[in-house]
Ligand binder design. Sequence first.
Ligand code: SF4
Length: 364
Amino acid sequence: MKNPWMMKGPELREEALMQTRKQHGRVVTYVVNRNANFSRVCSVGCSFCGFGKRPGTLGATSDTIDEVVGRVGQTPWVTEICLQGGIDPGLTPEYYFDLVRALREAFPKMHLHAFSPMEIDSLCEKAGCEPEEMVAKLRGAGVGSIPGTAAEILVDEVRRKISRNKLPVARWVQIVRAAHRAGLRSSATVMFGHVESWEDIRAHFTVLRLLQEETGGFTELVPLAFVPYQNRLGAILARRVGGIRVLEEKIRRRARRLYPLARMVLGDVIPNLQTSWVKLGVEGALESLSWGCNDFGGTLYEESITKASGGKHGERLEPEVIEAAIRGAGYESRQRSTLYGRAENRISLVEKSCQPTTGGHLAL
Ligand code: SF4
């Protein structure tokens, strides 16, 4: 086979689609999940982030445990809660453990996909312990898997440019390895469309491949397009390239190459490639199904991180809307669990429409 890195765009996308069909047929999966972003306070200050607020500044607040439980209770039909927040120096490790236990108790059937490697790094520092001990404690409290976020680009030189205080590559790998070894699987992510080169993306993919060959713990790869509208990095890059429209186009072009490359380069060890309707929009996400993606992501119901950076594609999609979109594009849609098994507590749309909801809408 030709080297995918050397292929031209149309050939690369065609090969990636063929590879996806071999691995997944026409099935496109999705998960019924809910984000709970419990803290906007963040002392890290990534230049690409519009979400985190410096401690003590306007809007820098963290939720109480009751508030988080209350919000999750608005969507009792979800199978997964994705818990992530800023790095709030004021939140103790006990807050995290109590939050997990409270959610476990209130929603015993929901899978807890919780805390990025950056959050676990900060928890280790606060508790004075090693990642192995911290992931064991989180697992003991009820965490089921972790998001592989805070990866951005796994090249220290790039990380220093976009977020000086972010954990280094070796620490990210150490924490994810510890989680996988403790039985906590994770997603893998890559944030693209900013200052990274194709060589950086290649290096990032190599880190993921080596770790996956060692632990087998990644459930999927989720490429995340940089959202440039309301953050420092977006403003700088837009000025540098000649305006926001030029930058948008650059990000779109990068997406059209990165997704098929991910399928071709990593598909044999990480078979699930997830698109992101929050970043690309529903139309863009459907288009990416022909670039190697086999998973549509989740319903989300609450999305603060992309929205805070000026994301334009909303924060919730009902399961029936996702299913209709997937089927409308000629694929077979299938609800999955977080770990890509059968969704255990799948409920019928009739049951769901009878569940109490506060806020938001049902698209039935
Ligand atoms: S990306 Fe995460 S760590 Fe970085 S500033 Fe935003 S909330 Fe904080």
